[in-house]
Ligand binder design. Sequence first.
Ligand code: SF4
Ligand code: FES
Length: 243
Amino acid sequence: MSTQKGREITIKVLKFNPRSAVSKPHYVEYKLEETPGMTLFIALTYIRENLDPDLSFDFVCRAGICGSCGMVVNGKPSLACRTLVANYPDGKLTLLPMPAFELIKDLSVNTGKWMDAMSKRVESWVVTNEETDISKLEERIDPEVANNTFELDRCIECGICVASCGTMLMRPDFVGPVGMNRVARFEIDPHDKRTAEDFYELIGDDDGIFGCMSLMACEDHCPKHLPLQNKIAYLRRKLVALR
Ligand code: SF4
Ligand code: FES
């Protein structure tokens, strides 16, 4: 069995508890030994178990599926459970909570509250007047259309595209790339009977499709590699004609 020690890494975390009258934002540095294949999630768990039981951060699945562990790593919004410490040659990582979301404490933010409000704003459900007869087989749809819909359904609501977005900093009511992706998902779904005019009512303004500055960071950082800019351009082409 190898007894070789791993290198020492330094993780610097911005800590703050907005619910405490005495807490002020401040950095805390933790030094620990890197282990083989160590992810940021593993490092943070080590810190919480051995160095600082007060450190708050979120995770559920540890596999890039639940979307809970988004945080800003050396300036880039990323999933902690998919971030390998080995990819940082100097072994120094600075962690901040994602902007644009309500801060719960330290690295923990309330993405769920933001996603809920966005889902209601863009009416993120199939809208149709047709009655569903559950005794009948479901209406068939073109496999290519189904694939395109499933592709956009891969979003894990991690909020990384929102935290990466320049428009979000200026327009707090912006629906964000994830909101636009959601609209595109229902726009291509033949079960949804909304017209282009209906979608224009929802997102035909500067807090929607016309607010995007095409900086592309959303797509660059999306851990699911969703075609966000492509879909935003698609919606913009459809809706600009109605302006
Ligand atoms: S579109 Fe990508 S980055 Fe944005 S919430 Fe969904 S999975 Fe996360
Ligand atoms: S813990 Fe679920 S995506 Fe990272």
